[in-house]
Unconditional design. Structure first.
Length: 58
């Protein structure tokens, strides 16, 4: 189950992407998992590093 923070980030990024002519993956549960990873990395490293890559922790 995704958190409210992940859902809010999803809605914000979806809006920004669509305004620029892009679209997020239509698999919402998959994207919410990525949002959780972004938020986790933001807490760990201070920035939203993609959860699919190693972060520097700078």
């Amino acid at each position: 189950m995704s958190s409210d923070r992940a859902r809010a980030l999803y809605e914000r990024l979806k809006s920004e992407a669509e305004a620029a002519g892009y679209f997020l993956n239509p698999d919402v549960e998959f994207v919410l998992g990525l949002m959780e990873g972004l938020l986790t990395n933001e807490e760990r490293y201070g920035y939203q590093a993609c959860p699919c890559r190693l972060a520097e922790g700078l």
